[in-house]
Ligand binder design. Structure first.
Ligand SMILES: Nc1ncnc2c1ncn2[C@@H]1O[C@H](COP(=O)(O)OP(=O)(O)OP(=O)(O)O)[C@@H](O)[C@H]1O
Length: 255
């Protein structure tokens, strides 16, 4: 699903009002994996919430496959994953996945069965368990299974693995990349992790401190997997660090 953001501004009411986005414009072609990076509080989640239709567009425009976020959301064309998955504790893992279907509009079929979706994320053995019996990583796998089942054209991912330990996080990001390559949705991936953005994304969009403006739009034309030690990776890393106002990494000093 093609995403088009034009002159998008957003201000939260209050005393004083708080501007979160300022005339933000960029487009994401269908099937592209775009990482969004920027300082804490700059407006990244606001951007995703606008795309998900959780906040109304005030100024500018945001179109998802030519539709408004409300239209695309009503057809379940948009999937959302955040740091803590919304799971019903009294339902089994399989039932939590099946719940995604309840919200499908009439005439829309799931892409996969619940058991197929659970198999893809490695949770077949836990289908009859309850969410409290799962680790944090397994809970995010369950959220991923729901996303797979919906067959959404746009995955909005707000640091979904940020609360996980480093090993689980790395494993899950690899798995996510495999699933993305198989299904090819458009992805907007918010992260604080610049190396992760470069390992995963086709492109990294860097936002300024609040209100968010676009300060760098960096294509990542490296074949995957991308070893961090490669000079091409390090060159892109330096550009990202510079855009974010970070000092050069130790390996780059004096270079
Ligand atoms: N509902 C709200 N009411 C008022 N201000 C808000 C609201 N939601 C967000 N903000 C403010 O808007 C700004 C942008 O918030 P947002 O959550 O989009 O930032 P972020 O880049 O996702 O931050 P982080 O990286 O820390 O998660 C922040 O200053 C925040 O305090």
């Amino acid at each position: 699903m093609h995403l088009e953001i034009e002159q998008l501004s957003h201000t939260f009411a209050g005393r004083p009002p708080r501007a979160a986005l300022a005339e933000l414009s960029f487009a994401v072609p269908s099937g592209q994996f775009t990482a969004v990076i920027g300082p804490s509080g700059c407006g990244k989640s606001t951007l995703l919430r606008l795309a998900a239709g959780l906040l109304p567009v005030q100024e500018g425009s945001l179109r998802l496959g030519g539709q408004t976020p409300a239209q695309a959301g009503a057809q379940r064309r948009v999937a959302w994953m955040a740091q803590s998955p919304a799971l019903l504790p009294w339902r089994t893992v399989r039932d939590n996945v099946l719940l995604a279907l309840r919200f499908l509009p009439a005439g829309h079929a799931a892409r996969l069965s619940a058991d197929e979706a659970l198999a893809r994320v490695g949770l077949s053995d836990s289908a009859n368990a309850y969410p409290f019996m799962l680790s944090g990583g397994m809970q995010q796998r369950l959220a991923l299974a729901r996303t797979l089942m919906l067959d959404a054209g746009l995955w909005l991912m707000d640091e979904p693995f940020a609360a996980l330990d480093e090993l689980t996080r790395e494993r899950l990001t690899h798995e996510l990349l495999d699933l993305w390559q198989a299904q090819r949705p458009t992805v907007l991936w918010v992260t604080h992790h610049i190396q992760e953005a470069l390992r995963l994304a086709d492109r990294v969009v860097v936002l300024s401190p609040r209100p968010a403006r676009l300060i760098l739009d960096l294509p990542v034309d490296l074949p995957r997997p991308r070893p961090e030690s490669s000079p091409a990776f390090q060159a892109l890393l330096s550009r990202l660090r510079a855009a974010l106002g970070l000092a050069a990494a130790p390996a780059e000093e004096g270079a």
